[in-house]
Design a binder for this molecule. Structure first.
Ligand code: DAH
Length: 348
């Protein structure tokens, strides 16, 4: 025992030193058991005192008491702190915050830009469902089931045999036009005009370097008594110039064909390559790039929706292409990959 005293002292001191404000209540309980519990080191040492001679007993007992006092003092100190609740983690509000704030995905910014410009031109935002039926996606737009242009839409059909109209993932946001024409019908009369735009996801069975099975489109529609293709050209020009924020943007209007507009046009803008990146604007070695489709809404579509004595124009374009051209993004698939360095480079 006497021989062992040094060892006992060392162990108790080690254990006592382990008690700290980091110890939780469970740790403290275990520590207490180890030292002064029923089989604790000190408890055992006290019982062994009886084997010692009277003189040594007094001496060792004194030392053991000191050890126990030392242990209890530390132990009680921490327990009291617990009781007074002063051990809770304190929040130091003076520590400077991390400098990383995150950024918006470039797509969010592009959509915000489109909305800002369209709202400024007096258009209202309208949404349509991503799961459409054949009527809104095709038939109401003069694309009957045997129409050749259905091939180019590479549609994802959702087969439900009981349903009369087949459901599908919309292949373009032009379907929103028909829904808007139906829902807004009674709101337009006299001098008022209907101005709607929509942004949304569209789906086609296409997947390569420049196509993805899911992408986004932006669609505009204006109905009024006296609108014309001249006005359509004006709105498109204003939109493109505001969106690309360039001083001078060469724009080309080409005749085209869409089943739902008559006449139909496609619109190109001039682009050029700089350091392998495509840029928008005038350049001596620039090339035309198709950016959108548009036209005057076919008479039979307006008639079917019950719009007499008014005209309308519409336009639609892919948002990924707009974003790639504006931000110099080369790979379409990066939009959904969204790696951290990519987001930090293109997000704002
Ligand atoms: N829906 C067409 C497409 O996906 C784009 C389009 C062309 C929309 C002409 C229109 C339009 O509103 O008038 O390719």
């Amino acid at each position: 025992m006497i021989k062992n005293f040094k060892q006992i002292e060392q162990t108790v001191c080690d254990i006592t030193n382990k008690i700290s404000i980091e110890s939780n209540k469970n740790d403290l309980q275990i520590i207490k058991q180890q030292v002064i519990g029923r089989n604790g080191i000190l408890t055992k040492a006290f019982t062994e005192l009886r084997n010692l001679s009277k003189e040594t007993k007094i001496d060792v007992a004194k030392k053991l008491n000191n050890l126990r006092d030392h242990f209890l003092k530390k132990y009680e100190e921490i327990i009291t702190k617990y009781k007074n609740n002063t051990l809770k983690t304190k929040i130091d509000t003076t520590i400077p915050s991390l400098s990383f704030h995150g950024v918006l995905h470039p797509f969010s910014n592009i959509i915000a830009d489109i909305k800002r410009i369209m709202f400024a031109m007096g258009f209202n935002y309208e949404e349509g469902p991503s799961i459409e039926n054949e009527y809104y996606n095709f038939e109401a737009l003069n694309i009957s089931s045997n129409h050749s242009s259905r091939d180019s839409h590479d549609t994802f059909y959702l087969y439900h045999t009981e349903q009369k109209a087949k459901k599908l993932l919309r292949t373009h946001t032009t379907s929103v036009q028909i829904r808007a024409l139906e829902s807004e019908k009674n709101k337009i009369n006299g001098n008022t005009s209907l101005r709607i735009f929509s942004i949304g996801d569209v789906y086609r069975r296409d997947d390569d370097a420049t196509h993805a099975p899911m992408f986004h489109q932006f669609e505009g529609l204006l109905i009024s008594q006296d609108t014309s293709i001249a006005e359509l050209k004006g709105y498109i020009t204003r939109f493109l110039v505001s969106f690309f924020e360039v001083n001078y943007l060469p724009i080309r209007f080409r005749p085209h064909y869409f089943p739902f507009t008559e006449p139909s046009i496609e619109v190109d803008i001039m682009c050029y390559k700089e350091n392998d990146k495509l840029k928008v604007g005038k350049c001596s070695n620039g090339n035309w790039m198709e950016i959108l489709g548009a036209g005057m809404i076919s008479r039979n579509i307006l008639d079917r929706a019950g719009y007499d004595n008014v005209n309308g124009f519409a336009f639609g374009m892919g948002i990924e292409r707009l974003a790639m051209l504006k931000l110099g993004i080369q790979n379409l698939h990066d939009f959904v990959g969204s790696s951290y360095p990519w987001i930090m480079q293109y997000g704002v």
